[in-house]
Design a protein around this ligand. Structure first.
Ligand code: 16G
Ligand code: MG
Length: 548
C-alpha cells in the first residue's frame, strides 16, 4: 500500500477519534486501562496496530478486547490478543504505547514508521476480532477499534458482548480450526459439551451436591452463565446472583477481586451456611470460591486452591493411566499463599515455578512443562497441555488397559473443558465442579487439604511508583535503597512472616502483601511494611496507621 493511502488514518483520527488529552498512557500488565473518557483515541489506534500485527502474522486473526476487568464501571481498557489466543507479544507493548501517545498530527508518520519497523506487508489481508464487556462505554470504544481496523483496510468482526476468555478462544479457533469453532456457540459446544460428557461418566456421589451459587459481579460472565444454565440438564444447578439487573453496579462490592482482596462476601448474594459460592470478575477471567460457615465466618478458596485441586487430580489421572513420564508443574506468583506452595511441593511433590505478576509471565512459564498449571492467587489461571501430552493421552485411550483408558478419556474431556488460551472463570468453574464431583467432596473437604496462612494486601500511594524496583519474581525489592533491609527486619519479628512490595501494573500505587501466623499479625506486618514504603519511597497523603 503506498504511504499516501495512510491519509485516511489521520482523517479518521481528526474527524472521529481525536486525541483530546495529553495524559501519557502506557500499555501495562493487561493493556491500556484508565477512565473510559480518555480512551477513545487509544482504542482507535489499537485498531490500526491490530491490522499491522495481523499482517506481520501473515493475515492471521488478532483480537481486541474492550474491558477494564475487575475495575469499577467508569474505567475501561483495551488489550490485544495474539493469533494463538495468548497475550500480545511483549516487545510490541512499547510500540502500542508509542502509537497511543503521539499527537493526531504525527499519527500518520508514526504509523508509517511502525509499519516499516516491523516489516508489515500492507498488501496482505488482515483480520481482527473485537469483543467488549458490559460497560456502557464499551460499544463506543468497540466502534473506535473497528474504525481503526477499517482505516488500514483490515476486516473487523465484532463479536459483541463476550467474556475476555471467549474472545481469546475465538481468536485461537479462527487461526486453528482444530481447536474449535470461532463463535460464542462454538465455545459453549466445546467447553460445556465436554463438561456434560464427563458428567455422564462420573455420576454425582458422596458429599458433592450439584447446587452452586454464583456471584456474577454484575458483569458479562454471569450473563453468559445464565445462557449456559438453560442448557444444563441437572448436571449443575446454578443459582445466579449479581447479573447486572436491580441496580447492581459492575464490580461494586462484589466480584472475585472484591472477595479476594477484602476477604468479605459480596453484596447481592443470598448466603446459606456451607453452600459453595463461585465469584467471577467483571470480564469473566477470574474465579474465586468461598463459603460461609454456621457462624458466618468466610472461608476463601482462591486461585491457589483451584490450582492445587487441578494439580492433584490431574496427577492422579496421569498415575492411573501410567503416563508418568509427562512432567506436570505449577506456576505461581509471589502472592501465592505460603501454605499452598508448601503443600504443593512437599505433599503433592509437584515442582513449582514462581514468576512476576501478570498472565503473560505465568502462561510463558507454564509452557515449559508437558502439563503446566498456572494460577494467580486472585483466581486467574488455566492449564496448558503440550502436543506431546495430548498425543500421549490420546494414544492411551486407544491402546491402554481398561482402567488406563478410562482415566485417559477423562483427561481428554478435561482438556476440552479447559480454555488453554487464558484463565477463564467459566471454564475453570466447570473444571472445579468436575473434580469435586469426581471426588465426592464438599467445600469443607476441599478446604481441608491445607490451611492458608492469614494474609493482608494494602495499597500505598507514592509520588512515583516506578521508584520501586523488584527482582526475584517480585519477592525482593532493589530500590529505593534500604527498603528491602527494613522489610527483612520487620518480617523477622513475625512467626512465619513473609512480605513483599511491588509497583502496580494497573494503578498508580504500590501494593503491599504480608502473611503471618495470625490475621492480626498479618494485618500488623502489612501496615508496618506500608509505613516503610511510605517513608522510604515518597509516600503521599496520610501515613498508613496500625489498626487501633
Ligand atoms: C492484570 C493482570 C493480572 C494481574 C493484575 C495485577 C492480565 C490479563 N491481567 O489484571 O494477571 O494479577 O493485573 O494488577 O495479565 P496490579 O499490577 O495492579 O497488581
Ligand atoms: Mg478480569
Amino acid at each position: 500500500m503506498p504511504p499516501s493511502s495512510l491519509r485516511v488514518v489521520y482523517a479518521f483520527a481528526r474527524e472521529m477519534h481525536p486525541k483530546t488529552s495529553d495524559v501519557f498512557i502506557q500499555y501495562g500488565t493487561a493493556g491500556f486501562r484508565t477512565k473510559a473518557n480518555l480512551l477513545e483515541h487509544v482504542v482507535y489506534r489499537m485498531g490500526l496496530l491490530a491490522v499491522i500485527r495481523s499482517r506481520v502474522k501473515n493475515g492471521r486473526t488478532i483480537g481486541i478486547m474492550i474491558t477494564a476487568s475487575h475495575n469499577l464501571e467508569p474505567d475501561n481498557g483495551v488489550k490485544l490478543v495474539d493469533p494463538d489466543g495468548e497475550m500480545l507479544e511483549q516487545s510490541w507493548e512499547e510500540i502500542a504505547t508509542r502509537l497511543a501517545n503521539v499527537s493526531d498530527n504525527d499519527l500518520e508518520s508514526t504509523t508509517e514508521q511502525v509499519i516499516r519497523e516491523v516489516k508489515a506487508d500492507m498488501s496482505l489481508k488482515a483480520s481482527v476480532f473485537i469483543g467488549m464487556d458490559t460497560r456502557y462505554t464499551s460499544p463506543r470504544l468497540a466502534a473506535a477499534a473497528s474504525n481503526g481496523v477499517i482505516a488500514l483496510k483490515g476486516t473487523p468482526k465484532e463479536l459483541g458482548i463476550v467474556t475476555t476468555p471467549m474472545l481469546h478462544f475465538c481468536v485461537r479457533c479462527r487461526n486453528d480450526n482444530k481447536y474449535g469453532t470461532p463463535t460464542e456457540e462454538g465455545y459453549y459446544e466445546k467447553i460445556v459439551g465436554a463438561f456434560k460428557n464427563i458428567r455422564q461418566k462420573l455420576p454425582v456421589f458422596g458429599e458433592y451436591n450439584t447446587t452452586l451459587y454464583v456471584d456474577g459481579a454484575n458483569g458479562v460472565g454471569g450473563k453468559k452463565l445464565n445462557i449456559i444454565r438453560k442448557s444444563l440438564d441437572g448436571e449443575l444447578d446454578l443459582n445466579l446472583y449479581n447479573l447486572g439487573g436491580n441496580g447492581g453496579k459492575l464490580n461494586l462490592n462484589c466480584g472475585a477481586d472484591f472477595v479476594k482482596v477484602s476477604q468479605k462476601p459480596p453484596v447481592g448474594v443470598e448466603h446459606v451456611p456451607f453452600q459453595r459460592v463461585a465469584s467471577l470478575d467483571g470480564d469473566g477471567d477470574r474465579l474465586i470460591y468461598y463459603f460461609l460457615d454456621d457462624k458466618e465466618n468466610m472461608h476463601l478458596l482462591d486461585g491457589d486452591r483451584i490450582a492445587t485441586l487441578y494439580a492433584s487430580y490431574i496427577t492422579e489421572l496421569l498415575n492411573t493411566c501410567e503416563a508418568r513420564d509427562l512432567k506436570l508443574g505449577l506456576v505461581q506468583t509471589a502472592y501465592a499463599n505460603g501454605a499452598s506452595t508448601k503443600y504443593i511441593t512437599e505433599e503433592l511433590k509437584v515442582p513449582v515455578t514462581c514468576v512476576k505478576t501478570g498472565v503473560k509471565h505465568l502462561h510463558h512459564a507454564a509452557l515449559a512443562y508437558d502439563i503446566g498449571v498456572y494460577f494467580e492467587a486472585n483466581g486467574h489461571g488455566t492449564v496448558l497441555y503440550s502436543q506431546n501430552a495430548k498425543n500421549t493421552i490420546r494414544k492411551i485411550t486407544l491402546e491402554g488397559e481398561p482402567e488406563q483408558r478410562k482415566a485417559a478419556e477423562l483427561l481428554l474431556n478435561i482438556i476440552d473443558i479447559t480454555n488453554e488460551t487464558v484463565g477463564d472463570a467459566i471454564s475453570d468453574l466447570f473444571l472445579v465442579e468436575t473434580i469435586l464431583c469426581a471426588r465426592g467432596e464438599n467445600v469443607r473437604q476441599w478446604l481441608a487439604a491445607y490451611t492458608d496462612l492469614p494474609c493482608r494486601q494494602l495499597k500505598v500511594t507514592v509520588q512515583d511508583r516506578n521508584a520501586i524496583s523488584t527482582t526475584d519474581a517480585e519477592r525482593q525489592c532493589t530500590a529505593p535503597e534500604g527498603l528491602q533491609l527494613k522489610i527483612d527486619e520487620l518480617v523477622g519479628k513475625y512467626a512465619n512472616g513473609r512480605a513483599f512490595v511491588r509497583p502496580s501494573g494497573t494503578e498508580d500505587i504500590v501494593r503491599v502483601y504480608a502473611e503471618s501466623d495470625t490475621q492480626q499479625e498479618a494485618d500488623k506486618l502489612a501496615v508496618e511494611v506500608s509505613q516503610a514504603v511510605f517513608d522510604l519511597a515518597g509516600g503521599v497523603g496520610n501515613r498508613p496507621e496500625l489498626p487501633a
